[in-house]
Design a binder for this molecule. Structure first.
Ligand code: FAD
Length: 466
């Protein structure tokens, strides 16, 4: 009897879990899947769906969070069946339900897929994968771990996801702040031992900031909340789901053409009383293709000039979050600041955060008791602290892309080596594909990528042996 095909999935968050589900459902050969997750609490949940905040809604409506392309209402139906009556929370397709519920949904679907597979087994490994070796004679990889024996695999799926934000402070500064500086907002509870009247500074004004600020409100925090970013722009709110057919008459290859296409569609939608939010969503199946077609010059221009606007239009907040933020602003509890970090001091009052305000370039300071870094996932894999990435980049098995959005990947997510060739039998899913795809971090794209990889692998592996 031949040995089972071994597939190691590195990362047990949403990308790894959806990949495992797809492979379990599609493989018809004897196979074994290893789902490798370094952080026990993150299994089947990752950074997004395991958190402990008091306020943790999905940033996407329930009607748009299915993990199956062919069953667009699957998550919504699951919520109706499993959560609505037990919690008493009325849910429509437009509701932003709990992120922890989505983690429960992922867990249940993994268990179901594992149970139903006739040929493929799945094993969970709780360990941090730190390095890889490749043996050409057996055509196999050996994975090495921090506190575990080696593992061999024929094929690798990199689902390592969102790395914690990079620090704007020096090591000495972070050490001086101690527990009053939270460098990873998706790790342990950022509000542990925070006094009700303490003042908090959140660095970053995106969706992670929103969740943290509203969580403070939900737990009746009395202290001030300052939020700083270079522009001080907040995510714009979602509107209800409306169907819109995004139209591209001529494929854009430069930034200006891409913007023209978007604007034309917004004009058409407006005439049909459809919101620009729904146009942005209808564009998503096209965004990666447009990104790939654009020249490097256009990509650079986009990142330099337009990224800040793209982020707030594309990564929107649920309406209840927008209402809560507005309310906190109106009472003066929450203040949004546009400015640049300068320096830091500590005294008996707390942490003095010195910054230069945007525009007038005035030197200002804030005295706070806690600082939380919500600047978004870091994509400079040389600096994230991931031993695996550092090792693979050092030996040329991964290549940082020229725009420093992450690493280079091929059209099916294959990892590209420093010499431009493919690291064979490897695939990346999710945020790791940012440089190649741009639009790649959310469930809608992840489910398509995971399905694509599973179809590719199963069509190859399920063939009768020649
Ligand atoms: C707070 C937050 C909220 C979000 N909300 C939404 C939303 O509502 N809707 C939506 O569509 N998207 C949302 N997203 C986007 C999110 O990127 C995706 O939905 C999805 O969670 C990404 O999953 P992932 O598995 O790729 O990454 P991650 O969630 O980061 O999971 C990767 C996992 O890999 C593990 N890992 C990494 N390296 C190793 C290693 N070397 N060895 C072993 N394990 C390793 C990590 O511990 C981690 O658990 C949200 C993101 C965040 C951060």
């Amino acid at each position: 009897m031949s040995a089972p095909i071994k597939i190691a999935i590195i990362g047990g968050g949403a990308s790894g879990t959806i990949s495992a589900i797809q492979l379990l459902s599609r493989l018809e050969v004897k196979a074994k899947i290893f789902l490798i997750e370094k952080n026990k609490e993150a299994l089947f949940r990752g950074a997004a769906y395991a958190n402990q905040l008091a306020y943790e809604p999905l940033n996407v409506q329930a009607g748009r969070m299915s993990i199956y392309n062919h069953l667009p209402d699957d998550f919504y139906d699951w919520v109706k069946a499993k959560k609505e009556s037990s919690t008493g929370v009325a849910v429509s397709k437009d509701t932003f339900v709990s992120r922890r519920w989505f983690g429960d949904y992922l867990t249940e679907n993994f268990v179901k897929a594992k149970k139903h597979s006739k040929t493929t087994e799945a094993e969970i490994i709780h360990a941090a994968c730190e390095d890889l070796a490749y043996d050409a004679s057996s055509n196999q990889y050996t994975l090495s771990f921090k506190d575990r024996e080696h593992l061999s695999a024929d094929c690798l799926v990199f689902a390592c996801g969102n790395e914690p934000p990079s620090d704007i402070f020096s090591r000495a500064e972070t050490e001086a702040m101690g527990d009053n500086y939270i460098s990873n907002p998706w790790g342990t509870n950022p509000f542990e031992e925070l006094k009700e009247t303490d003042d908090v500074l959140i660095i970053g004004t995106g969706l992670t900031m929103i969740d943290h600020a509203v969580s403070l409100q939900k737990q009746n925090h009395k202290g001030k909340i300052y939020c700083i970013s270079r522009n001080g722009y907040l995510p714009l709110p979602h509107t209800d789901i409306q169907h819109f057919a995004f139209d591209i008459t001529k494929e854009p290859t430069e930034l200006k053409e891409a913007l023209d296409v978007l604007n034309q569609n917004i004009t058409t939608a407006k005439a049909q009383n459809i919101t620009w939010q729904n146009v942005m969503d209808a564009m998503r199946p096209h965004t990666s293709r447009i990104w790939k077609q654009m020249s490097l010059k256009s990509k650079k221009l986009f990142l330099e000039k337009l990224r800040k606007y793209w982020e707030i239009h594309r990564h929107r907040m649920p309406l209840p979050s927008a209402i809560a933020i507005e309310q906190m602003q109106s009472t003066g509890q929450l203040k949004i600041v546009a400015g640049y970090y300068q320096s830091l001091q500590l005294n008996n009052e707390g942490i003095i955060f010195n910054y230069v305000s945007k525009g007038v370039k005035q030197k200002c300071s804030l005295t706070v008791n806690r600082i939380i870094n919500c600047t978004g996932p870091s994509s400079d894999y040389y600096k994230t602290g991931s031993v695996l990435f550092k090792n693979l980049l050092d030996k040329g098995w991964m290549k940082q892309d020229s725009l420093k959005l992450g690493i280079e990947t091929g059209s099916n997510g294959e990892i590209i080596k420093n010499n431009g060739t493919v690291l064979q039998n490897t695939f990346a899913i999710g945020p790791l594909r940012k440089a190649a795809e741009w639009e790649t971090i959310a469930v809608r794209e992840i489910r398509t990528q995971a399905e694509g990889v599973a179809i590719l692998l199963s069509s190859y592996l399920n063939r009768p042996a020649e």
